[in-house]
Design a protein. Structure first.
Length: 602
């Protein structure tokens, strides 16, 4: 049985008293610790008192998506694709739920459905590079349905998928299960690139493909288990900057030693069976936070006087330009004379197979009840749509009742010059509730006939909200849910953001640790730092960016369509990201009276 020196513990816990608990250290390598005031023979001397700052390991969710899987909000997972989970909540940075069957699951990255439009899916927009990311770590805790400790081990596994074709080929990889009761907070890890950490029957290996577009968690194969997920990370390999030194003295022994870290909730062993009196340990698997180091020889255990602090990497999201386009210059405003950013009767030409059509429930929305499996909304287009100009589409929409893709929870966009033979987009999956759907550039929209692309001058555009037939429940009890009533709040067909002499670039950025530096570049491709980037501004202090913006004077920039690359760095971590939509630079004179000499708008 291990002994924890109480004196050593309190000395080492300085600065963490508010959340450090003996219970948090009570299980180490599966053995209960005896807390006693015995004099420690092991003394940890490094990290020294205070905080030793460590670079955060590159994490896919932070670097690739721009939103860490810290479980602070529903957007951290693909909530619509959860299966057999109940009572899903996000509270104080923890995602919790109760399992309903032996086939429960949630998705971190989802690839979409075959033969459907996948441009809304995280997996399609942000595929995972298997040559960059490989280490999967999860902080988890479980109880039974009554909140009591489980009496049997739960198999926790992860699955990964190349793309949506797995649904017909069963082509996916699966990890070996991590089996514990998970009574206390536990960090479990896999090296996905190590075949030994996958099941022998895994259909694919992590490195079989350059990218994967699906990552799924199956926390247990039992119903009525309460699961809590604090965070998930998919990390790149370690480096010198993500490591720290743990040093110790032992006045009575010579090891071997195990080295671990703890945040007060969990204990994670980082090195085992070590000789000597120091070790370099890597913290790549851990999210931002403070971690005390500890050393044990299997009999004694001691904690460090200081802590490692994993850096909080800065993140920046461009909001102008983005995939919504310049909605202030949308077709409805500039060509129809009646903006489609809210819907009224003047926006609509006809509504076949829809009844009870209203524009006041709520005001500025079209609400209606379908009378067949083919309801249609044809927009009023007094002037032909120039598809070379109006390319970005966003709409806000709801279908009442629970989503059922197989029965009809799919929408379509149709366009053309002959109403009976309009071009038809692939299915667009409709999710529960009122949501905004930004499909991006219609020039990239897949269609049933590849020849029917978004091109030329288009006289008609139509929105088909779903494909549910009228149900017997609707006939017997005509509620909005039973009848699959629809609501359309907006339908905005916009051009690219345009810089006519200049444009204000806008963003949201976060960095909890520092005043980060921001650099912006314009680029005619989407490959960072391949030589095609041109400087807009470099090393702009985050605190100096007025409201998260910078005016880009484009009077000397060649005419063309450009992507904006943002780079934000705090000296330890750097993240880079392209805007989700482009900027079109056209000739024009900058409006000097609205620009200060430093480039900022008033």
């Amino acid at each position: 049985m291990l002994k924890l020196c109480k004196n050593c513990f309190f000395a080492g816990a300085a600065g963490l008293e508010g959340r450090m608990s003996i219970r948090g250290l009570a299980i180490f390598s599966g053995i209960w610790l005896l807390v006693c005031p015995a004099f420690a023979q092991i003394s940890v001397v490094e990290p020294e008192a205070g905080l030793s700052r460590i670079t955060q390991g590159q994490d896919f969710a932070t670097w690739g998506i721009g939103n860490a899987w810290d479980m602070n909000e529903p957007a951290d997972i693909v909530l619509t694709e959860s299966k057999d989970l109940a009572e899903e909540t996000f509270s104080e940075g923890v995602y919790s739920f109760r399992t309903l069957s032996n086939d429960n699951r949630f998705w971190l990255v989802y690839f979409g459905l075959p033969n459907a439009f996948r441009g809304l899916e995280i997996g399609e927009r942000h595929p995972i590079s298997t040559s960059t990311y490989r280490y999967l770590s999860v902080k988890v805790r479980m109880r039974d349905a009554q909140g009591q400790p489980l009496t049997s081990d739960q198999p926790f596994v992860a699955r990964f998928f190349r793309d949506s074709n797995w649904q017909s080929t069963n082509e996916f990889g699966i990890t070996r299960g991590r089996r514990e009761t998970f009574e206390d907070w536990t960090v479990i890890e896999w090296d996905l690139a190590d075949p030994g950490q996958l099941r022998p029957a895994s259909n694919i290996q992590w490195t079989d493909f350059s990218e994967v577009r699906g990552l799924r968690i199956n926390p247990t194969n039992n119903p009525d288990v309460r699961v809590e997920i604090d965070w998930v990370r998919l990390s790149a390999g370690p480096s010198a900057s993500t490591s720290g030194t743990v040093a110790w003295e032992d006045d009575a022994g010579s090891g071997p030693y195990d080295v671990f870290v703890t945040d007060g909730d969990f204990v994670l062993t980082l090195a085992s069976n070590l000789p000597g009196d120091s070790a370099e340990v890597d913290l790549t698997a851990l999210p931002p936070g403070d971690y005390m180091a500890g050393v044990t020889d299997g009999s004694e255990i001691a904690l460090s006087p200081g802590s490692f602090t994993v850096n909080d990497a800065p993140v920046l999201h461009l909001t102008t330009p983005d995939r919504k386009g310049d909605q202030a210059r949308g077709y409805g405003i500039e060509q129809a004379g009646n903006g489609w950013n809210s819907i009224d009767a003047g926006d609509i030409s006809t509504t076949p197979d829809l009844t009870d059509v209203r524009f006041d429930d709520p005001p500025g929305s079209l609400s209606a009840r379908p009378t067949s499996s083919d309801p249609r909304i044809l927009f009023d287009t007094p002037l032909a749509i120039d598809t070379s100009v109006y390319r970005m589409l966003c709409y806000v929409f709801e279908v009442r009742g629970q989503r059922d893709i197989g029965l009809g929870s799919v929408a379509r966009i149709l366009w053309g010059n002959n109403l009976p033979t309009l071009a038809t987009s692939d299915d667009i999956v409709v999710n529960d509730g009122l949501n905004e759907y930004c499909v991006g550039d219609l020039a990239d929209m897949p269609t049933e006939d590849p020849a029917d692309d978004w091109s030329g001058m288009v006289n008609f555009i139509r929105f088909d909200p779903h494909e549910f037939p009228v149900s017997s429940e609707c006939s017997a009890t005509p509620t909005p849910e039973n009848c699959r009533d629809i609501r359309l709040d907006s339908f905005i067909l916009a051009p690219f953001h345009r810089a006519e002499g200049g444009i204000t670039l806008e963003w949201d950025s976060t960095d909890a640790d520092d005043d980060a530096l921001i650099s912006l570049y314009y680029d005619d491709d989407l490959t960072p730092f391949n030589g095609n980037e041109n400087i807009i501004v470099e090393n702009l202090a985050q605190s100096d960016a007025s409201g998260g913006s910078f005016f880009w004077n484009t009077t000397t920039v060649p005419e063309g369509v450009y992507n904006i690359l943002s780079v934000i760095t705090d000296g330890r971590n750097t993240t880079e990201r392209y805007g989700s939509g482009p900027v079109e630079v056209v000739p024009g004179d900058v409006v000097v009276e609205f620009i200060f000499s430093d480039g900022f708008e008033p």
